[in-house]
Design a protein around this ligand. Sequence first.
Ligand code: ATP
Ligand code: MG
Length: 407
Amino acid sequence: MVRQAHQGDIIVGLDVGTTKICTVVGELSEAGVEIHAVGTSASTGLRKGVVVNIESTVESIKNAVNEAKSLTGFEINTVYVGITGGHIKGFNSYGAVGVRGKEVTYMDVDRVIDSAKAVYVPLDREVLHVIPTGYILDGQNGIRDPVGMVGVRLEANVHIVTGAVTSVQNLLKCCEKAGLDVIDIVFEPLASAEAILTDDEKELGVAIVDIGGGTTDIILYKDGWLRHVSVLAIGGNHFTNDIAVGLRIPVSEAERLKKSFGSAATSMASDSEEIEIIQAGHERKVPRRCLLEIIQPRTEELLDLIKNELLSCSGYDIASSGMVFTGGGSLLNGLDRIAEVILGLPVRIGFPENIKRCEKSIHNPIYATGVGLVLYGFTTVSNRKFYHDTFAGIVGKMKGWVKEIFR
Ligand SMILES: Nc1ncnc2c1ncn2[C@@H]1O[C@H](COP(=O)(O)OP(=O)(O)OP(=O)(O)O)[C@@H](O)[C@H]1O
Ligand SMILES: [Mg+2]
């Protein structure tokens, strides 16, 4: 019998990345979330995290979903989909409501979040997330969950994440054409955070740096709350392209060399080391140091950009416990060590962890977003039992627009 993957005990995450699309199927059991399977497919229709070719993206989504279907035997119709790209921006907002000296209810929390949402957002942008970052009850701040407390005035600080309407619509359109119903669109590093961070890190203060193929996404947490989001339009593909140009080889060979022999700094190769380049059926040898001389400046450039971003958002005050690098780009040999030196903070690589059972192959930073989307889905489903608006996705509204525009 074909089982139905729906919103209850089975959740499917769809990570539409610049280099690969993956479908992660998770089930909530008594022990926790089990990941049943991951279907992957090469992605060719995105640039820097944004859909630029609908047809090829739809094809890749279908392939990734079909693989997951055949591995699990589940019918997959609904997904939580990830989004990224340089168009994503975040800003803080604030709302306040009266609670008339009674116990604060879930409805009051919905109302205060609603009032914090009442800010001007340009017509070409859509609100993706309104994330509470702290409640204040009668002047007392630092309240995590005001429900059940007694007070007169409830205030909420929120972080609002927005994206370009066209990019969001194109992503929804691809999912729709691939026969999928999108339950929610999630900014990718928020999903990754669910899979790789510990509660202690979120509490103490931490920065996630998700280095994908096309973008590097940065988010910061402190006191358990989200503090900042940003996206840099540079990722692992830029390293590969530099290698292809520098060594005059095809991109596929440059990618192989980067993964097999690449390192973040030239000091990581000895003078005598040589690597073999395969080009048009011929082999030639070059010193490994030549490869690292191309990679090192890109690494330094990326780390400098990350440092500037941290400096611009008080990131060094926020990320007291250090940084967690994830995404495929974090697998570059020695990157964590160089990052510690340049950024001056402890760095660890984030693998998907917060799951009970999974295949070994999923234990890879490239799956942090996909696994995180599943975990995000389960958390949202349980929160929605209490809150109507605060955890409601934007998708219902957007889907209507997609139908209108692409009719
Ligand atoms: N061992 C490795 N060493 C260096 N780079 C690697 C390694 N493995 C993967 N990468 C790089 O990681 C990148 C892909 O990472 P990932 O799968 O997280 O990206 P994505 O999700 O498809 O893209 P994005 O999130 O930017 O849309 C590629 O640029 C790839 O070359
Ligand atoms: Mg990614």
